[in-house]
Design a protein around this ligand. Structure first.
Ligand code: SF4
Length: 211
């Protein structure tokens, strides 16, 4: 059963970000999978700048799999770690093309067997591509879960995910994931959170940290 405290947080997030959604621009499962892998340690805005030309040149997993990694690099050179990312999305495309017949897998085990796809990326793909209830713990969800005492300060990413799954009703996982990301992106920043306009001050472990 959901606690009154968690319910307050979910209600507050509903009020703040009723329309929270995935901000990675994509038109199909393949594009989403590539965009998610590219988004590691960079912003969705940066990824959205490079993907239109990338997908125009390599519209399918087969096309990207057939490319040389060095041909892919210029398309994503504005992103950090672009050498590694070019190899990751190339190998991801090879896996999707050769092992999964050009279909992005719809289960965790197969997804994490693909290059560049960890548990976080897999959770995003499961929820965005297939509507499967999932809770991806990215840097925002990780930080906010701890600040709002949904997790302990020393919890690992996986422990945070398990706690969120236990505390939040399954039908809310996808929505809450997006709302926590919006909250982290647009209000509860890592360095200078805007506590003055936050409804969760009484619930927060790090409230008014800038005052
Ligand atoms: S009170 Fe400040 S640190 Fe705490 S959740 Fe709100 S914005 Fe974030």
């Amino acid at each position: 059963m959901i606690s009154a405290r968690t319910q307050k947080i979910l209600d507050g997030l509903d009020e703040l970000f009723p329309d929270a959604h995935c901000e990675l621009v994509n038109h199909n499962h393949f594009e989403l999978a590539v965009a998610v892998v590219l988004s590691a340690q960079t912003t969705d805005v940066s990824v959205n700048r490079v993907t239109p030309a990338l997908f125009e040149t390599y519209p399918t997993a087969a096309d990207l799999a057939a490319a040389d990694v060095r041909e892919i690099e210029p398309f994503i050179s504005s992103l950090g770690l672009y050498h590694n990312k070019a190899k990751s999305i190339h190998d991801l495309a090879v896996g999707i093309h050769e092992r999964f017949h050009d279909q992005v897998p719809d289960n965790m085990d197969d997804l994490v067997s693909l290059a560049g796809v960890g548990r976080k990326c897999a959770n995003v793909i499961l929820s965005e591509c297939y509507g499967i209830p999932s809770l991806a713990v990215d840097t925002h969800v990780y930080r906010i879960s701890k600040r709002l005492r949904l997790a302990n300060p020393d919890d690992t990413v996986y422990q945070v995910e398990l706690k969120l799954r236990r505390k939040i009703p399954e039908e809310r996982w996808i929505r809450t994931h997006h709302q926590m990301i919006f909250f982290g992106r647009y209000l509860c920043y890592a360095k200078k959170p805007e506590c003055a306009r936050c409804p969760f001050v009484p619930l927060c472990r790090e409230k008014n940290k800038n005052l």
